[in-house]
Write a new protein. Structure first.
Length: 444
């Protein structure tokens, strides 16, 4: 799946943003909902599924391996699963497009089935490291042949029965954790993952919700997750909460555009995901939680956000795992704050859809913001609330979050900002620009 033709866009300075909006379903939860439903025996229903390209790549892959997945006219997805151990040999290579989560989690699933699957992807995904999953999955018995540097295209020859492992994560990665747990589903015995630093726990929550025998212990070594294999998953009714990573763009936009006052409804606030809101509050953002509730086993609230004067902070490095996807837009907030914000301890940003440290240093530089690049982060000189100079052309580098973050920066830039290609936004947030138009109109 390569992106169609590049779609350049010019973003102009805006007046206040106002109104109530909803964000699309959580991307991480949507992937897992499709995968686990496809492994349950019987019919699951998913409401609020993110219909972005990344999640559609997962749906296509699960269909190619035997699951029956249908979208109803009411937007509810119905999945009839094959049962753990029942994945079929796909006829063709699985095209994962831009999606690292689809690739790594599905490599895990396939590893304990007796099938052989080739994974391909776009230029961004084909540059991303897969050794972090190849290593533990090979220990479980899978035979994986990758392109040089442990990259896509690669082929996984699954092992059935696979061998359970006890594995301590060398990098804080929910994708690696989840790949091993998903492989463990069809592996006899107990598969254990130890994470010294907690990462998003949607896989654990959802596996337990589907009836898997899973325990989590907090120990001095970290979180130990133990999963009993040869699991039987029972079909579920799933409601996917709004994606905090998508909400973050609007929370930052309303915080930095003077006069703004918005409500982002139905935002997932799982503590392993909500670090961006903590960091923004430390900077002085005016964010209040209304109508706190639980949706699909996840904490959710509506966020009211009003413009506020932001101050620079040293971003606490221990927030990194709970806001790893939100650094690009946090850097935009920092560009509008008073003082110099320093974010370190975020080396993982270098291996996302793009090298997000280099990409944001270049993008902010192109619109006149001074930055200093470190191996593991970025320092950003803030404007003290004044508009940013703007005027540059940004390379989005097949990275949706760079395109959306720099759109937000364009809203407070004196001269308009051109983004060379906003088509990657469709991977996680197809309605992003429509929502922006509505927020602008409602303030008029
Ligand atoms: C994800 C985990 C994170 C995140 C990605 C989604 C997931 O990646 O950046 O967007 O759904 O498990 P890592 O596990 O590589 O940190």
């Amino acid at each position: 799946m390569s992106h169609a033709s590049p779609r350049p866009l010019e973003i102009a300075h805006t007046g206040p943003l106002a109104g109530r909006l909803t964000v699309p379903g959580d991307k991480s939860i949507s992937h897992r909902a499709l995968m686990l439903s496809a492994l349950a025996v019987g019919e699951s229903r998913i409401e609020g599924l993110l219909e972005g390209e990344d999640v559609l790549a997962t749906a296509a892959a699960m269909r190619a391996m035997g699951a029956d997945i249908v979208r109803g006219d009411d937007g509810i997805w119905t999945v009839n699963g094959v049962g753990v151990g029942g994945l079929l040999q796909p006829e063709q290579a699985l095209d994962m497009g831009n999606s690292g989560t689809s690739t790594r989690l599905l490599m895990g699933l396939v590893s304990s089935h007796g099938i052989t699957v080739t994974f391909t992807g776009d230029a961004s995904l084909s540059a991303r490291p897969m050794a972090r999953v190849i290593e533990p999955l090979s220990t479980m018995g899978a035979d994986i042949t990758a392109s040089p540097g442990g990259r896509l295209p690669l082929m996984v020859r699954g092992m059935n029965p696979a061998v359970p492992i006890r594995y301590t994560l060398p990098v804080a990665s929910a994708q690696v954790k989840s790949a091993i747990l998903l492989a463990g589903l069809n592996t006899p015995g107990i598969t254990r993952v130890i994470e010294p630093v907690a990462t998003r726990d949607h896989s654990e929550r959802m596996l337990a919700g589907f009836g898997a025998d899973l325990t989590v212990e907090e120990t001095t070594e970290g979180r130990i997750i133990s999963l009993a294999g040869e699991a039987e998953l029972k079909p579920q009714q799933i409601v996917v909460p709004g994606d905090p990573s998508s909400a973050a763009f609007w929370v930052v936009a309303a915080s930095i555009v003077p006069g703004s006052d918005i409500v982002v409804a139905n935002v997932g606030l799982n503590p392993t995901r909500a670090g961006i809101f903590t960091a923004l509050r430390l900077m002085g953002a005016d964010i209040t939680e209304e109508n706190a509730r639980t949706v699909g086993g996840e904490p959710v609230a509506d966020l009211r956000v009003r413009h506020a004067a932001l101050s620079a902070i040293e971003v606490p490095a221990d927030l990194a795992p709970s806001m790893i996807d939100e650094y690009p837009v946090l850097f935009v907030a920092a560009a509008c704050a008073t003082g110099r914000t320093v974010a370190r301890g975020a080396h993982e940003l270098r291996v996302k859809e793009s090298d997000r440290i280099a990409a944001m240093a270049a993008a902010l530089g192109a619109i006149g913001v001074e930055t200093e690049e470190f191996e593991d982060g970025l320092a950003i000189q803030g404007s003290g609330g004044a508009p940013l100079p703007g005027g540059g052309t940004i390379a989005s580098l097949l990275d949706h979050r760079i395109a959306m973050s720099m759109t937000v920066a364009g809203l407070v830039s004196t001269r308009s900002v051109t983004i060379d290609d906003v088509s990657p936004v469709a991977t996680s947030y197809p309605m992003f620009f429509q929502t922006l138009d509505e927020l602008r109109k409602q303030a008029l």
